[in-house]
Design a protein around this ligand. Structure first.
Ligand SMILES: Cc1ncc(COP(=O)(O)O)c(C=O)c1O
Length: 451
């Protein structure tokens, strides 16, 4: 680790512990010795297969970066990501370095790599690097955030009927520990007919002066409905007018099916916290995720797991109280599968190179075509709204007289990978993305028409 990168890492961590004499980088990696590097030897990184040159402007080249088999159209890539070549190469490079000289590579790489991930995530989100915390998944992010958010006595939590298990159960566990009241709003009865006005109205009807947290999901994996997060944030801001940071109702969003599918940064959403695994639509390393918090909201969270970032570590060694939380301090410590974590930077760069707007347009155009085609097939009912501003990449539908699992099996036999929504009210779910093509959308529709 060079002195410059060490200083940069320390400076970018929360400023509060300035002046501490830290002898370590994050954690105890320790060494300033040079480390093994596989860079620059021209050899293909182990564990990767050659992909054609990456041209971010060419969708065929984008698709060719993925080793995904081409005899199956990948309409369920949102379940868990495949790694595109730049991400796979970064993983392989870090893995080789760690395998070759573990302690040396860690010491030489950790500071720059961690900074690189925070910087890339911040650029993608339109945020500041210190506002970004790193986790292993959406579920871990939600669990840690909802365990650590300060909910004063007498205050309540509002979620919705449409959130995933991870949100519901995180609050269930907290409620069981502390007796916090958690209520659920129903935002729509018929998802296909959902409207911004009705959803904002139904949610805000449930917000009371006791509401401390509003925990919602950007894109519902049960129906494909995309919530108007910005409109909800604006309505909540009006309800919060005149309240201090300890009093405000905080808007927290499970963003996993929006991030990498919708062209929006945190400035567009205006929520207080955005939690997302990056191993779905962003095609980042499996086992990675982010929690973004607004700079003035992070102070309302107590970390549940000690961070290994240098300032937190230094406070412990110097017997000082912890400074207020930020993204660095929220990031759970302990050593990680660093080859995956550090390659997250390349995943954000991959999307930034293509363009967040172009990825979203590619996803939306195919989803819109799919919904329009489905609506024309007799016996098929589209569950997801047709409106592009109320949906994203997830398209849910039912086929009259057929169980969703049977439809998914039939499509799989025809070469189209889809899935069943993991909810009581199950539907067939298909997710066009940068690894599918408009021709494959046509093929999926033809397979359904063929019955
Ligand atoms: C809305 C939603 N949130 C969270 C998750 C879980 O994501 P992760 O695997 O990143 O924890 C899922 C599905 O896997 C989901 O549909």
């Amino acid at each position: 680790m060079t002195e410059l990168s060490r200083r940069a890492f320390l400076t970018r961590s929360s400023a509060a512990a300035g002046g501490l004499a830290l002898g370590v980088g994050a954690g105890c990696s320790g060494s300033d010795d040079g480390a093994a590097s596989r860079d620059g030897d021209g050899a293909e990184a182990p564990g990767t297969t050659a992909a054609p040159p990456f041209d971010p402007g060419d969708w065929a080249s984008v698709r060719a970066q993925f080793p995904l088999r081409s005899d199956t159209a990948q309409f369920a890539a949102y379940v868990l990501a495949a790694h595109p070549a730049p991400v796979a190469e970064a993983i392989a490079r870090h893995r080789a370095g760690l395998d070759e000289h573990t302690h040396g590579y860690l010491g030489a790489t950790e500071a720059d790599a961690e900074i690189g991930v925070h910087d890339a995530a911040a650029e993608y989100l339109g945020a500041s690097p210190a506002e970004v915390g790193l986790t292993d998944s959406t579920t871990m992010g939600l669990g840690l955030l909802y365990a650590g958010l300060r909910v004063p006595a007498g205050r309540e939590v509002l979620t919705t009927e449409h959130d995933f298990y991870s949100t519901h159960q995180a609050w269930q566990l907290r409620a069981a520990r502390e007796g916090i009241a958690v209520r659920r709003a129903r935002l729509y009865d018929d998802p296909a007919a959902a409207s911004t006005e009705a959803m904002v109205g139904r949610l805000m009807d449930q917000v009371t002066p006791a509401t401390r947290v509003v925990a919602i999901t950007w894109v519902h994996s049960s129906t494909g409905v995309r919530l108007p997060v910005r409109a909800i944030a604006d309505a909540l801001a009006a309800a919060n007018a005149g309240r201090g940071p300890d009093e405000r109702a905080l808007l927290c969003v499970d963003g996993v099916h929006g991030l990498g599918a919708v062209d929006a940064g945190v400035g567009d959403l205006r929520c207080d916290f955005l939690v997302a695994g990056t191993h779905k639509w962003l095609f980042a390393p499996r086992g990675t995720g982010i929690v973004w918090g607004r700079a003035d909201a992070w102070g309302q969270v107590d970390p549940a797991i000690p961070a290994f970032e240098p300032n937190s570590f230094g406070e412990w060694r110097n017997g000082l109280p912890p400074a207020p939380t930020d993204g660095w301090r929220f990031t759970p410590g302990g050593y990680h599968s660093f080859e995956h974590r550090w390659a997250l930077a390349e995943a954000f760069r991959f999307h930034l190179d293509i363009g967040r707007d172009r990825v979203a347009a590619r996803t939306t155009d195919q989803a819109t075509a799919l919904k329009a085609g489905l609506a024309d097939i007799p016996g098929v009912r589209v569950v997801t709204p047709a409106a592009e501003d109320l949906s994203a990449g997830i398209v849910c539908f039912d086929v009259e007289g057929a169980e969703p699992a049977a439809v998914v099996d039939r499509l799989a036999a025809a070469g189209f990978d889809t899935s069943v929504t993991p909810y009581t009210d199950a539907h067939v779910r298909a997710g066009p993305s940068i690894v599918t093509t408009p021709e494959e959308v046509d093929g999926l529709l033809a397979a359904l028409r063929a019955g």
